[in-house]
Design a protein around this ligand. Structure first.
Ligand code: FUC
Length: 738
C-alpha cells in the first residue's frame, strides 16, 4: 500500500511526536529514543471513578414547566438562571472538564498505565529512522551505533492481546514508571497490581524472557524481547494479575516473530479493505513534509492527504476492535492521569465523528463496539428519563458520558444539556442498517431507537408561539445568542435546529424500521404524526440556515459547532435536488462561520470538509484538508483540537471518502467533490449504502474507469456528472461498468 508509512528521522521528543500502536484494547506510544527507549502504555478501561448513583437529579422535573414558561414568555435570562441552578446533574458531574481533580470525582478520567524505559547504553546514532507502517501496524526504529546496525520492532497483537517488542542491545536495563504506584520486579517480569481512585482494580505485566532482577530494574544481556499486557476488572475479571501474566506468558511462548507475522497479516487485511490513489508514493519524513506545507510548499499535499486517509483508518483499527469501549476523545491513548475532558465520550459531535468512516471504508466491525455502547447508554439513560425527567418513558443521554454510564445533564446547563445526544447516536444504528440490510441486527437495534423516540414523545412540548412541537429547555450545542429582550448572551432556547433535524430523522428512521420489521404500526404512525409537527429548517435574514427557531443574533458567529447544518451532514435532509434553497443557505452558514474564525478546532475543520463534500465543492474540501494538516496536526499526525483529539483524524478521513463517493440520496454519486488539482487518481472498494463496493479511476478530472461488486443482491443506480448506470447484481457479483 503506498503512502502508508509515517516516517521521522529523529526520536520523539514529546508525546505528540511518538508513534501510536493499538490492538483496540491496548495502546502504546513509541518514542524510539537512542540511549534509552521509552514507550507509554494504555488500556481502554483504565478509568478512575465509578457509576454516580447521585448524578440524576430528581429536582429537575419540578422546574421543567416553570423553565418552559419563562422561555416561551421571552424571559430568557431568568430561564437560563433557573436552568443553570436546577437543570443540572447532582454533584460535580464532569466538573470543569479541563480540571486536574477528576480522579477524585465519580466521573473519573481515562488514565495512562505508565511508561516503560529500556536503557540501551548506546549514545550515537547514524542514519536514524523511525517508521510506523500503517499497512502492517509494525513500528520500527533503526540506526547504526558504534558501527553496528541497531533495529527495534514493535507490534500490538489483537490475537495475543499484548504489545510486543524486539530490541537489539548489548545489554539493557528495563523498568516501569507510574506515579504513586507500587511496582514489583520478580524473575523475568515487572508486575503492577493496584487500584485507581474509585476502586477499579488493574494489573500490568511485562515479561522479558532471559532477564533477571537487579534492584528496581530487570537487566538483560543481548537482544531484548518485550511482552506487555494490562488487564482491569472493568468487565468483572476476578483475577486481573493472573490474566495479565497469562497474556504475556502465552505471547512469549509464541515468540515475537510469529506474533509480528500474524498481527501484520490481520492489520494488512483490515487496511487493505479500501484505498485511495491521489499521488505517487512518497517516503519523505512526514514531519518534514508537514513543516514544508506550513510554509507554503504544497508539492506533497496530495501524498500527505492520502497518508492522512490511511492514518485515520489505522487509528480506528488500532483503537476500536476486539474491545469493550469505543474510541474515546483520544482513541485509546493518553499520557495523563487526569486527561483533558477525561478523554471521555462527548456525544454532541465527537464520538459520532469517530465512526463516520467505518461503513464507507469497509471496517464496520470497528463500529460494533460503538453500537453496543449505544445500547449500554440506552439502559443507563432510562434511569435519567425516570429520575431527572420525572418518570418520562424511554431513555435520554446528554452532552457527556463515560465508561460508567453517566447520562445525566452535565454540571453546567449551557454546555451540559444537549438534549439529542442519545438520539444522534441512534442515527448510527440506522446507518448500519442502510449499509448492511441485516434485519436481525435491525431488530436488535429497534428497541433502542424506539426508546429514544418514547422519551421525546413525552419530552416534546407545544411552543405556544409557533404551535410546533419543540424540545425545551434546550440549546444548540455549546453555542449562544443575544437575548432580544435583555441583550444578554444566552444558550437556553426551545427547538434549536439541530434538535429538530435529529428528531425528524430519528422518527423517520424508527418508523421505517418498524415497517421493515412488520411491527408497531400504530407507533410508527404516531412518529409520522409527531414528525410533521416539528419546526422546519428555516433560512434567516442573512440567507443562512437558522440555528434557532428565531433568527437570533449570534454572539459567536465563528463558533466551532455548526450544529444547524446537521441536515446537510451527517443527515440528508438538505440536498441540492430536494431542498435547493436550504442547500444554498447552508453555504452561507459555513461562510459566515469561516469569516468569523470558524473551523479553528481539528474536528470542526473536519466537519467542514464533510459539509463541502456534500455541497459538491471539491476545491473548498481541498483547501480545508490543507488547513487541517497545516493548522491542526501534530508531528505524529495526531489531530490537534488543541490539545490532541482524535475525532479530527477520523472526520478528515471520512471527508476524503465523502469527496469521492456519496450514497445518501438513494443513488451512488461518484466524484461528487473532486478538487481541480486532483487531475488523475482513483479509489478502490469504497462502500455505498446497500452494500455496493465501488472502484473508480479518473484522468484529467474525468471518470475513466468504474467497477462495482455487490456485497448484497440489489439494483443500484450510479451517477457521475451527466452519466448514469442502473445495474442489477446478484450477491457477490462484480462488474466493470466503464
Ligand atoms: C465539545 C467541543 C469541544 C471539545 C469537547 C471534547 O465540547 O465543543 O471543542 O471537542 O467536546
Amino acid at each position: 500500500m503506498k503512502n502508508s508509512t509515517l516516517i521521522s528521522k529523529s526520536p520523539a521528543k514529546i508525546w505528540t511526536d511518538a508513534f501510536p500502536l493499538g490492538n483496540g484494547r491496548l495502546g502504546a506510544m513509541v518514542y524510539g529514543r537512542v540511549g534509552e527507549e521509552k514507550l507509554q502504555f494504555n488500556e481502554e478501561t483504565l478509568w478512575s471513578g465509578y457509576f454516580d448513583e447521585n448524578a440524576d437529579n430528581p429536582d429537575c422535573a419540578a422546574y421543567l414547566d416553570e423553565i418552559r414558561s419563562l422561555i416561551f414568555a421571552g424571559r430568557l435570562a431568568e430561564a437560563e438562571a433557573l436552568a443553570n441552578k436546577r437543570f443540572v446533574c447532582r454533584g460535580a458531574g464532569g466538573s470543569d472538564m479541563g480540571s486536574k481533580n477528576k480522579r477524585e470525582l465519580p466521573y473519573g478520567s481515562f488514565e495512562t498505565a505508565g511508561e516503560l524505559f529500556v536503557e540501551l547504553g548506546d549514545s550515537d546514532a547514524v542514519g536514524y529512522r523511525r517508521e510506523l507502517d500503517l499497512s502492517s501496524g509494525v513500528c520500527r526504529v533503526s540506526y547504526e551505533s558504534d558501527g553496528k546496525k541497531h533495529l527495534r520492532e514493535y507490534v500490538a497483537s489483537e490475537k495475543f492481546s499484548c504489545v510486543c517488542g524486539l530490541i537489539d542491545a548489548n545489554s539493557s536495563r528495563i523498568r516501569w514508571r507510574r506515579e504513586e504506584t507500587p511496582i514489583e520486579y520478580i524473575g523475568d517480569m515487572i508486575l503492577v497490581h493496584s487500584r485507581l481512585n474509585g476502586g477499579l482494580e488493574y494489573a500490568i505485566a511485562v515479561k522479558v524472557p532471559g532477564a533477571a532482577v537487579d534492584g528496581d530494574s530487570l537487566v538483560k544481556a543481548g537482544r531484548v524481547e518485550l511482552y506487555v499486557s494490562i488487564r482491569t476488572a472493568y468487565t468483572g475479571e476476578s483475577d486481573v494479575k493472573s490474566a495479565a501474566i497469562r497474556d504475556v506468558e502465552r505471547a512469549s511462548e509464541v515468540g515475537f516473530e510469529e506474533i509480528k507475522r500474524e498481527s501484520s497479516e490481520r492489520v494488512s487485511e483490515l487496511m487493505g479493505r479500501c484505498a485511495v490513489d491521489l499521488a505517487p508514493d512518497c517516503s519523505e519524513p512526514f514531519d518534514e513534509r508537514l513543516e514544508a506545507l506550513r510554509v507554503g510548499d504544497r508539492s506533497w499535499l496530495a501524498s500527505l492527504i492520502e497518508l492522512y486517509f490511511n492514518f485515520g483508518r489505522y487509528l480506528l483499527i488500532s483503537s476500536s476492535r476486539s474491545c469493550v469501549l469505543p474510541a474515546n476523545l483520544q482513541g485509546v491513548w493518553t499520557n495523563d492521569y487526569d486527561t483533558i475532558w477525561s478523554a471521555d465520550y462527548h456525544i454532541n459531535i465527537n464520538i459520532q465523528m469517530n465512526y463516520w468512516l467505518s461503513e464507507v471504508c469497509r471496517i464496520p466491525e470497528c463500529a460494533d463496539v460503538f453500537l453496543e455502547y449505544v445500547a449500554f447508554l440506552a439502559e443507563k439513560g432510562k434511569r435519567t428519563a425516570e429520575i431527572t425527567y420525572g418518570g418520562m418513558n424511554g431513555w435520554v443521554a446528554h452532552t457527556i458520558t463515560n465508561p460508567w454510564g453517566f447520562t445525566a445533564p452535565g454540571n453546567g446547563f449551557s454546555w451540559g444539556s444537549f438534549m439529542c445526544a442519545g438520539a444522534w447516536c441512534c442515527e448510527h444504528l440506522w446507518e448500519r442498517w442502510l449499509y448492511s440490510r441485516d434485519e436481525a441486527e435491525l431488530a436488535k437495534h429497534y428497541p433502542i431507537m424506539k426508546g429514544s423516540c418514547e422519551f421525546f414523545l413525552d419530552f416534546l412540548t407545544v411552543d405556544p408561539r409557533s404551535g410546533h412541537l419543540v424540545t425545551a429547555p434546550s440549546n444548540s450545542p455549546e453555542n449562544h445568542y443575544r437575548d432580544p429582550e435583555s441583550g444578554n448572551t444566552v444558550a437556553i432556547c426551545a427547538g434549536p435546529t439541530m434538535d429538530n433535524s435529529i428528531l425528524y430523522e430519528l422518527f423517520e428512521n424508527t418508523a421505517s424500521a418498524a415497517r421493515i420489521l412488520g411491527i408497531d404500526a400504530d407507533f410508527a404512525a404516531k412518529l409520522d404524526e409527531t414528525r410533521a409537527k416539528l419546526p422546519p429548517i428555516s433560512v434567516g435574514k442573512h440567507g443562512q440556515i437558522m440555528e434557532w427557531q428565531e433568527d437570533f443574533e449570534e454572539t459567536e458567529p465563528g463558533h466551532r459547532h455548526l450544529s444547524m447544518l446537521y441536515g446537510l451532514h451527517p443527515s440528508s435532509q438538505i440536498t441540492k435536488s430536494r431542498t435547493p434553497e436550504l442547500f444554498e443557505a447552508a453555504k452561507v452558514s459555513i461562510e459566515r462561520r469561516l469569516s468569523s474564525g470558524g473551523g479553528h478546532t481539528g474536528w470542526s475543520r473536519a466537519w467542514i470538509i464533510n459539509f463541502y463534500a456534500r455541497l459538491g465543492i471539491g476545491d473548498e474540501c481541498l483547501s480545508h484538508l490543507e488547513a487541517l494538516l497545516a493548522k491542526s496536526t501534530y508531528p505524529n499526525m495526531f489531530d490537534s483540537h488543541p490539545p490532541f483529539q482524535i475525532d479530527g483524524n477520523f472526520g478528515g478521513t471520512a471527508g476524503v471518502a465523502e469527496m469521492l463517493l456519496q450514497s445518501h440520496e438513494g443513488f451512488v454519486n461518484l466524484l461528487p467533490a473532486l478538487p481541480t488539482e486532483w487531475r488523475d487518481g482513483g479509489f478502490t472498494k469504497l462502500r455505498a449504502r446497500g452494500g455496493l463496493l465501488v472502484s473508480a479511476t479518473w484522468r484529467d478530472g474525468e471518470l475513466v474507469g468504474l467497477e462495482v461488486e455487490a456485497e448484497l443482491a440489489g439494483t443500484f443506480e450510479l451517477r457521475c456528472g451527466g452519466r448514469s448506470w442502473v445495474v442489477e447484481l446478484a450477491r457477490g457479483e462484480a462488474r466493470v461498468l466503464y
